[in-house]
Write a protein that binds this ligand. Sequence first.
Ligand code: HEC
Length: 142
Amino acid sequence: MKLARFLLFFALTAAVAHAEDTRPLAPLPPAAQESLRQEMLENLAALNEVLTLVGSGKLAEAGEVAEAQLGVSSMGKHRAKPMDARPGPHMPPAMHGIGMDGHKAVSEFAAAAKAGERDRAIALLPNLTGACVGCHYSYRTR
Ligand code: HEC
């Protein structure tokens, strides 16, 4: 009985500790948040497409898609929008830096893939997801 109560207490405190979000808040205007959310969904779809192409041996095509959708070539998507709808300028500089480094890392993968350097491209696959994880673990927007 005592043990059961202790276990229940432990489970509850563990759940509370888990629910606490200690990531710093990056306050973006609502319009910028919406632009970012849309871009993120596109990122997720692009990532899936690139992995599917790699898995089916279409390495050069994977490189093309990665560069166009996630690499340096994909930067500046929001440039033509009003300032409050552009996520980048409202991000803390370190957060923005994670994003830009992520685009560069993807381009490194893309170059290897387009050149048909299979081993190198496979070794660089984590470049596709490193910044996603880095940014999501470091910041929240709400
Ligand atoms: C520079 C920071 C940053 C990087 C890099 C980043 N994200 Fe995000 N992501 C965010 C933020 C901030 C949100 C929350 C947006 C919001 O307020 O709804 C988000 C939200 C998302 C969402 C949820 C979208 C929704 O419907 O609410 C997905 C999916 C996502 N990101 C995927 C990715 C993928 C895949 C990558 C890498 C290719 C990536 N993100 C890279 C910052 C980032």
